[in-house]
Design a protein around this ligand. Structure first.
Ligand SMILES: Cc1ncc(COP(=O)(O)O)c(C=O)c1O
Length: 499
């Protein structure tokens, strides 16, 4: 075997300003010299026609790079350092709730009794895991005021699907053939998408100038053909829908169900029980309210909770208790059925319950209050320099637009990219769609005042430089990242997933 020399290559200055200590380029492993024998150093001729034990002929060397362990370690460590994560710094993505993932959760999830069980083990050998799931179902039921909980959906959007399938089933059981689902114009895109996947026609309800559902428009749209009204509360403008009780009463009068997108439950957990407000079905995003990791940090979990009336239609499986024994309910006569393999993402159940038990009921409420306080602090510190589209206090996230900066040619995108240059992950941009040039900022409860003050200072600096006519330079940001500004429309519409 040949040991190949690595070509060192530093990034051209115009491309990046990666600090020198980051050393080689991220594709170092791809720069390994190819030998005449092929990348693996194995003679291709020798391999041709060889039969493997399975009888499959191997015609080509498989092309694994010849690299030493330190090289591999450095390659992947360098790649990981190019990522920005909640463990690197503040991540104020509105509507995403990038809160700290406590290490306690990870320690508990790694306990061998939880980490090493198999989903096909006999029930008698996993009583502890079933008890944990049952306890989590119970906490979610108590916090939401909705007694029926199923844990298996694998994300918020999946929980929405499960919830809307429950609603569809309930109408079917009543012999209803309702066709319409009402969704406010400020809703997260998954709401209309879910209703459409369940075969419904979507009717959009406009928002008022105070970012509240337009009650008159809702009243006019409600009739016996409406299967459900979907509402996110607090809504995606960061405001509490104060007429939620009236909305619930209105839709009940025509026999429609009230779906609450509980993605923003982190702002009200411990203070408001959606069931008390007349909600029939809601989902939770465990990764938002209960601190389990997002996306690449681990699989998601979007449990769904329903009223007693709707409990028979919940997706299976869920856990029931008979005397002292816990039992997995895998079949129920009127259930919408199974929507996920096995029991769901059990590791996330462990993390969420660890978070809940570590905080207790008062700690969860405190987390929600701190999240709201932090967002209002940012709102109060930036409202003199950035346009605020909706007046009043916000909930867990505050909303600005680029209206004032645009007059100087600086857009929301420029502001977001300039934040990167100052070491912050950008806020959520151009969502919600009800106002132009939006910046949705969610600091969460887990940031310190000092970090939030630094963020505010950078945002103020950007606005002040823009006002002083120095905003031109922001069009070029970010300058010191491994990749400069991307054509995001092309990247979304024409993704190159291989190179
Ligand atoms: C309001 C709202 N609804 C639904 C979702 C979808 O949740 P998930 O990303 O877990 O599928 C999100 C996600 O951010 C959200 O903010």
């Amino acid at each position: 075997m040949t040991v190949h020399a690595l070509k060192e290559k530093s990034m051209p200055h115009s491309e990046s300003h990666i600090p020198a200590h980051r050393g080689l380029m991220f594709d170092e492993a791809l720069l390994i010299e190819q030998s005449s024998e092929g990348r693996s150093g194995v003679d291709l001729e020798t391999l041709k026609g060889t039969k493997s034990r399975t009888g499959l002929a191997t015609r080509e060397a498989i092309g694994l790079p010849e690299v030493s362990e330190p090289q591999v370690v450095r390659h992947f460590t360098r790649l990981s350092q190019m990522n920005y994560s909640i463990d690197s710094g503040m991540y104020p993505l509105g509507s995403c709730t990038m809160k700290h993932n406590p290490r306690l959760n990870e320690r508990v999830a790694r306990l061998p009794g939880f980490a090493n069980i198999h989903p096909l083990q006999p029930e008698s050998t996993v009583q502890g895991a079933l008890e944990l799931t049952y306890t989590l179902q119970h906490w979610l039921a108590v916090l939401s005021g909705l007694p029926g909980v199923a844990m298996s959906p694998a994300a918020g959007a999946h929980g929405e699907l499960a919830g809307m399938m429950v609603i569809r089933k309930a109408h079917e059981m009543k012999g209803n053939s309702r066709k319409i689902v009402l969704v406010p114009d400020s809703a997260h895109g998954t709401n209309p998408a879910t209703a459409a996947m369940c075969g419904y026609t979507i009717k959009t309800i406009p928002s008022t100038k105070d970012a509240q559902v337009d009650i008159e428009a809702l009243k006019a749209a409600l009739n016996k053909d409406v299967a459900a009204f979907m509402l996110t509360n607090p809504n995606t403008c960061g405001m509490f829908e104060s007429q939620v009780k009236e909305i619930a009463d209105m839709r009940h009068k025509v026999g429609a169900y009230f779906y609450c997108d509980g993605a923003n439950f982190n702002a009200i957990v411990g203070r408001v029980r959606p069931g008390d407000l007349g909600v029939d079905v809601m989902h939770f995003n465990l990764h938002k309210t209960f601190s389990t990791p997002h996306g690449g940090g681990g699989p998601g979990c979007g449990p769904v909770a329903v009223t007693k009336e709707l409990t028979p239609y919940l997706p299976v499986p869920y856990v029931a208790k008979d005397g002292e024994r816990y039992r997995l309910v895998t079949k129920a006569e009127h259930s919408v059925g199974r929507i996920k393999g096995f029991q769901g993402n059990f590791g996330m159940f462990v993390r969420a319950l660890a978070y809940m038990m570590a905080h207790g009921a008062d700690g969860l409420r405190q987390a929600a209050e701190d999240a709201v306080l932090n967002a209002n602090y940012i709102l109060s510190q930036l409202k003199d320099l950035y346009h605020v589209p909706f007046k009043g206090y916000c909930m867990h996230e505050c909303l600005f637009t680029d209206k004032l900066q645009k007059e100087q040619g600086v857009t929301t995108m420029d502001i977001a990219k300039t934040l990167i240059e100052h070491g912050f992950h950008p806020m959520t941009v151009y969502i919600p769609l009800v106002v132009q040039g939006t910046m949705l900022i969610e600091p969460t409860e887990s940031e310190t005042k000092r970090t939030i003050d630094n963020f505010i200072a950078v945002m103020r600096l950007i606005a002040e430089k823009t006002a002083a006519g120095e905003g031109e330079a922001f069009h070029e940001n970010p300058r010191s990242t491994p990749r400069r500004r991307l054509d995001e429309v092309a990247a979304a519409k024409n993704p190159k997933l291989k190179w």
